[in-house]
Design a protein around this ligand. Sequence first.
Ligand code: PGA
Length: 273
Amino acid sequence: MVQRVELEVSEKYQPNIEEVVLSSPDVDSYAAHTVLDLVANKPDAILLLPTGNTPKGMYRIIAEESNYGREVDFSKVNVLNLDEYWPISGGHFASFKYYMKHHFYNYVNIPREQRYIADGGYPEPFTETARIQGHLEVFKKKGIDLAVVGIGKNGHLGFNEPGTPHDMETWITELSEDTRRANASDFILPEHLYGIQESIPVPHHAITLGLGENGIRAAKHIMLLAKGEAKAEALRRAFREPSTEEVPASALQNHLNVTIVADYAAAEGLGAA
Ligand code: PGA
């Protein structure tokens, strides 16, 4: 049973932002059940979903509890991913397409044609950003029910790095050195697959949904997950200081329905642990 702790102080601080502070395993469970309950009540839900270390636990619980559609049916759900590296092939072990398959799509019954992600292998990224933006706008018209997002140590949201205007649509972004370093461990060749262990360079670019109302903020509800002390400062800067382009996640201060789900360590940044 997830224990839910809502903080009076923060509710006063920003009435549109709910803050839920839990143990790390309970963050996974809370996030997973938010998605499972939504899909159980609205089988044709439209979701924007993230990758990264933080949501792995959420995906594991969704996988277990949906039981490949036998418990919670995902067959009418549409998913658009927040971002993808560019260039990268979809079969590359560090691509987000590969991540989604291995952490999520192998375990839920979402038909292939309802899974949307930028094609990092497409040679001309601007055509691809336009294609993804087109899908986002179609989904926005129907109603995007939930965006699940993480936060970078530098405050990034999706791959919108510090300095990104808050009104952007889908675009091709240059990754900061902080982000390339943070993600470098995903680019070590898995020895069991390749017989050698070697690091390969992290791409310098990515295709990402923007932060605007025709981007991540098009979703009716945004759930931001943050775990670990490394995220505390980013949360503080995003939600305890005025919104600024230097902290992309602070764009969420200008959205009507945000839930921050943080573990105790990350919530230190909210003064809430
Ligand atoms: P992480 O990444 O979950 O791997 O920490 C989050 C992010 O960079 O958005």
